[in-house]
Design a protein around this ligand. Sequence first.
Ligand SMILES: NC(=O)c1ccc[n+]([C@@H]2O[C@H](COP(=O)([O-])OP(=O)(O)OC[C@H]3O[C@@H](n4cnc5c(N)ncnc54)[C@H](O)[C@@H]3O)[C@@H](O)[C@H]2O)c1
Length: 331
Amino acid sequence: MEHHKNQPSTVILVTGARGQIGTELVAALRKVYGRKQVIATDLHDAAAIPDQQRPYHQLNVLDKDDLESLVVTYGVTQIYHLAATLSAKGEEAPLKAWHLNMQSLLNILEVAKDHKLDKVFWPSSIAVFGPSTARKISPQDALLDPQTVYGISKEAGEQWCAYYREHYGLDVRSLRYPGLISYSAPAGGGTTDYAVAIFHEALQNGSYECYLNPDTALPMMYMDDAVRATLELMNAPKEALKERGAYNIGALSFTPAELAIALKMHIPDFTISYNADKRQSIANSWPAGVDDAVARHDWNWQPEYDLTAMTKDMFDHLEPVYKNSNAATMS
Ligand SMILES: NC(=O)c1ccc[n+]([C@@H]2O[C@H](COP(=O)([O-])OP(=O)(O)OC[C@H]3O[C@@H](n4cnc5c(N)ncnc54)[C@H](O)[C@@H]3O)[C@@H](O)[C@H]2O)c1
């Protein structure tokens, strides 16, 4: 992607930048806008961050004053707010998850309104759907009946974003990400984490015990597609974006058994076993896929990675990592 020479004043602050999505989104944003224009923030101590990953600031998004002072110091014009507690982890401490997910979003929206920021990105999730949603393909305008505190926070978050858009004219944009698969950073405590862990276990041990049943189909997406979707949504003309909530975006829908077959193409001896845990009931409440016709219409959304291409790319990146670490252990 080209550096946007015609947007010299764009300064982006990313929260939760060290997480699964932030790791890749910050890199992609820096390719477009330039490294110094993208301020990465997270809970991690700044001293531990390598030079090439700066600018970086330690920021707890629950601290509105700290957030505001970074926005003012850097002249921030856009925020990508990624910090959150995810679905499975949220169920372990529901009120803590609610507090983080809601209060952090309200802090971001308030600061963005008060400092007249150009744009805000905040991700919603397929966790907004629930048992009354069509099981196979959830429509854009499905009745939202989330079963987890995480999903409730995403549903409420969609409403708050719409409120700030309608009452204050804030340009806040949102996507309902499906389960995301990537090789750079570990998954952060969601129900679809198995689809990342399975690659690491397959390469390390040749086997994986899955916490979901073999026939549990869920909407999924490769990280490259998710990052591109985010950039494309944020660059779309404001007038084209008609959706009041967050956009459904679809790419893949597969079961653990189908993913295991795709892995066997690379590791023929790979074995998978199943031992469903509490995450199965969360997965049971989600649809197998989503209808993303509105995103395709409004801002030309189009996924690129199918299951075969995604699996190949994961192996292309992870195989050398495990080969090198196995060689180091043996020597
Ligand atoms: N990964 C997925 O499959 C997926 C799917 C749907 C939606 N999402 C959404 O995308 C966003 C990012 O998800 P992710 O997978 O990168 O999550 P993650 O758990 O990998 O990363 C979240 C980051 O937020 C940071 N964080 C936690 N509390 C914080 C606080 N108080 N202040 C500042 N930072 C804090 C964590 O240190 C972590 O680095 C979340 O809003 C999530 O709900 C993710």
